[in-house]
Every structure is written in C-alpha cells, then in structure tokens.
Design a protein around this ligand. Structure first.
Ligand code: MG
Ligand code: MG
Ligand code: MG
Length: 306
C-alpha cells in the first residue's frame, strides 16, 4: 500500500514541493511513497514544477483507508477529509501545533522556521541522503515563496542558509532573478474568477468558536487588482455568508511590504482591536503585514480567543 505524502488544502508551493521532496526522500529510504496534493496548482507552483521538470502530483483529498504523511500543516481543517479513517504516519511542518491526534506515537517534526523546505533539508542531512538537483530546485523555490525572499518576519537564519546550499546544489546563480520570476507568476490574476483568487491561498480558522477565513494574494503591485476589488469583496461576502464570522483577504504588496486588508465581518471593530488601524470601507492598509501565520492570525486570536 502506498504512503501518500500530502500538503494542505488550497495548496501553495511549499505544500506541493514538500510533498514531492519528502516522497523522494522516503523512496530513497525504501518506502513506497507517493507525493500528493489536495487540489489544483497555483500559477507560481506550476511555474516552479515546470522549471525543474516535475509534473503535478496525484490529487488526494480523502484519507479514508490510506496511510498518509502530512507536510506543511498539522490542522484537521487543512488535512485531507476523514483522516481519522486513515492512518497518520508522520507530520513534518513549520506551523503552530495543530489538532491532529494519533493512537500511537509517530514521527512528528516541526520547527519554527520559514518553510517546510528548510525542515526537509535538515531531514535529508540527518538521513545522509543526497538531495537530487531538481529536488533542491523546488525546495529552494518553496523557501523563497514562503519567506517572500526573506522579507517575511517568519524568516530565520536556517532558511537563508538552506537557500544558499540548495541554490548551489540546484545550480542557481541568481536567486533574486528566480524570486522575481516566481513573484510574477504568483501575481497572475487576469481572467481568474474572484472566488478562485480568494481561495488561491486561503485558510479557515476556529477562533473562540468563530469560523474565520483568511485568504492572501501576494502581488508585485496592488494595481494588478485595482479593477477587481469589488468582485473580490463580493466573493468574500459570499464566502462569509456560508456561516463565517469574518472573511479577510490580505492583498499583500510584496515590494512595498505591507497588506491592504480586505475585511467582511460581523464586527468591524475587530480590525482596529487586532491591528490598530481602522477599517473604513472595504480595506485598510496594514504596514509591514506580510505573514498570515505570524501577523494576521495571532492578533485576531488575541481578540477572539484561540
Ligand atoms: Mg503552506
Ligand atoms: Mg509552508
Ligand atoms: Mg504563504
């Protein structure tokens, strides 16, 4: 029976490349591991896989009857459905400890670094397995993506060091050029339905019994979404109407290093309480806001509860 290595729902580059990179490591160690993703690839991930010669992993959204390894998440809300009816073998992640539980001890490896790719590099080294050139390439891209080329406050020295070493293995001389190529791919919004953009990088959270949805669009320039703001807001309203307390969309300007935070919420004062800036109309600019995990979720949890 194959073991599926799978990243979170609404897969980002790290969750897809980490599934591939860890499945490769596990195969090298004799496991029948298969990389999987829980959905279609975003344009950045597609560009990254094309560049280093990988095809899209198999799609797996239901864990019933399957053996699975989770990468880049440890939350049931992010995991494949019916995880309790499957067997969870391992978790490799860089987020806060989530709510997955097991009946027996498992390999559970989580570090507070900027990317699962950084954690995987360490696991490769621990196991003395050489990282193949193209695998190093996609791991490098994952770290660039998750840390926004080290601009995100989630970035650690480990991430930078891992990137330097992975770039050498992958034969990448100009990391900034690679990052720009990725950011441009990531910024592709033209012709994409607003709801798909909202869900491109989206997570639901339970905060004090309230369901809170937070999406993020990372853009090289906010002018890219100037004409579709109303459509995005309408999409957020629709998603909120499905029974959520609030839906946020971080329109992150990678270059200016901040986010225009779009909010559809039962309690508009929540924005000011959490972020110290007042919501007027659809959005408010939050200077320096780059990371959902570090800068958006914790302040909201502080107000609403965990
Ligand atoms: Mg991720
Ligand atoms: Mg990640
Ligand atoms: Mg991200």
């Amino acid at each position: 029976m194959p073991v599926y290595v799978v990243g979170h729902k609404n897969p980002d580059t790290d969750s897809v490349t980490s599934a591939i990179a860890y499945a490769e490591l596990k195969k090298a160690m004799g496991m029948d591991a298969v990389a999987a993703s829980q959905g279609d690839l975003n344009p950045e991930t597609q560009m990254v896989l094309d560049k280093f010669g990988f095809s899209a992993p198999e799609q797996v959204t239901d864990a019933a009857g399957k053996q699975v390894i989770l990468v880049d998440h440890g939350d049931l809300a992010q995991a494949p459905d019916n995880l309790a009816d499957g067997e969870l073998l391992e978790v490799v992640d860089h987020h806060k400890i989530g709510d997955v539980t097991t009946n027996s001890p498992i390999f559970f490896y989580v570090k507070p670094v900027g990317c699962t790719g950084t954690v995987l590099k360490e696991i490769y080294e621990t196991n003395k397995i050489e990282i193949p050139k193209n695998v190093a390439g996609i791991m490098l891209c994952a770290i660039i993506s998750d840390t926004v080329l080290f601009k995100s406050p989630t970035t650690t020295e480990d991430d930078k060091k891992a990137c330097d070493e992975l770039a050498k293995i992958a034969g990448i001389d100009d990391m900034e050029a690679l990052a720009m190529e990725m950011f441009k791919a990531k910024s592709a919004v033209e012709g994409v339905p607003a709801k798909d953009l909202l869900f491109r990088d989206y997570k639901d959270f339970d905060m004090g019994g309230n369901k809170i949805g937070i999406g993020q669009l990372e853009l090289v320039d906010l002018s890219l979404v100037a004409d579709i703001r109303d459509d995005l807001y309408k999409a957020a309203e629709e998603v909120k109407a499905e029974g959520r307390h609030s839906v946020f969309l971080m329109l992150t300007d990678i270059m200016k290093e901040g986010s225009d935070l779009m909010a559809v919420t039962d309690d508009p004062s929540l924005v000011e309480k959490a972020f110290g800036v007042k919501l007027e109309g659809q959005c408010v600019w939050v200077d320096g806001m780059m990371s959902r995990k570090k800068q958006t979720v914790p302040p909201l949890q502080k107000v609403l509860g965990e």
